[in-house]
Design a binder for this molecule. Structure first.
Ligand code: ADP
Ligand code: MG
Length: 250
């Protein structure tokens, strides 16, 4: 296992479950005793909200502009830097793409999870460039799949060009309800198109949305729900793909 692990959760499309995956994964890792920081890259600060900390407190924007930052405590092991509207400012947009990668080096955490925003390629790139592992999230909707494909292209191009960025990535099929026909087709379709990329399924699970709405980290809300079980498996792959037996579970 790596000593430290930086994970980007990205999708390009909004509403596909990035924040639920990022915060659930962070909660699973913190529950195992790792010191985890969630860096919220969304101007809407949804990750901070979901984890029950003040979404308008100073956070990621201050980190990026060299200010002093004190991450907020969701639980003892799970800390958060909130996003916020300042992330959309010209000042942040004119930063070098490696700025976040440099800024996190001195932070003392075992795992850092970057929750990337929808739509905003610039903020997404800051998170992706800073990560060693990427989780590309899509639900079964064709527009979500197109968004995930854009992210995969970027990951491949960074790797081909020898640029800073993730050395490995997985597809996370999110909000999957096997009773729906699109949801049934998505796993085999992606398996055919991307046979080499590990796939994980996070089911449509009301408990995940309730934990988020009630602003309680998932493992403190219900560590035994179906969604939590799948996120714990994903956490294992993130930390140590060699010891993981269940990859390509989709
Ligand atoms: N696997 C899931 N099961 C049930 N609800 C989910 C699941 N994933 C996400 N949701 C709900 O869908 C909505 C969008 O999810 P969110 O994680 O905020 O998406 P994104 O970060 O990609 O915009 C939220 O209301 C969230 O609670
Ligand atoms: Mg989000």
């Amino acid at each position: 296992m790596n000593e430290r692990c930086f994970v980007a959760v990205a999708a390009r499309k909004g509403g596909v479950g990035k924040t639920v995956v990022a915060c659930g994964l962070a909660s699973a890792l913190a529950h195992q005793g790792r010191r985890v920081l969630v860096i919220d890259l969304d101007p809407q600060s949804n990750a901070a909200y979901v984890l029950g900390v003040d979404p308008i407190a100073p956070g990621t924007a201050e980190l990026l502009t060299g200010g002093a930052v004190s991450p907020l405590e969701a639980t003892q092991e799970l800390h958060v830097l909130p996003g916020g509207p300042e992330l959309g400012s010209q000042r942040i947009q004119s930063l070098h793409p490696e700025e976040l990668a440099e800024a996190v080096i001195s932070l003392n955490y075992d795992v850092i999870v970057f929750d990337c925003p929808p739509g905003n390629e610039y903020l997404e790139r800051l998170g992706v460039v800073a990560a060693d592992v990427a989780l590309v999230v899509t639900n079964a909707h064709p527009l979500a799949v197109i968004g995930a494909e854009r992210v995969l292209e970027i990951l491949e191009s960074y790797q081909l060009k020898g640029r800073r960025g993730p050395g490995r990535w997985a597809l996370v099929l999110s909000q999957i309800d096997a009773r729906r026909s699109l949801d049934k087709q998505i796993a085999p379709q992606l398996a055919l198109r991307y046979p080499q990329i590990p796939r994980f399924v996070i089911p449509q699970d009301t408990t995940l949305s309730l934990a988020a709405a009630e602003q309680v980290p998932l493992m403190d809300y219900d560590a035994n729900c179906r969604g939590a079980t799948e996120l714990v498996a994903l956490a294992q792959w993130v930390l140590d793909p060699d010891s993981f037996k269940g990859a390509n579970n989709a």
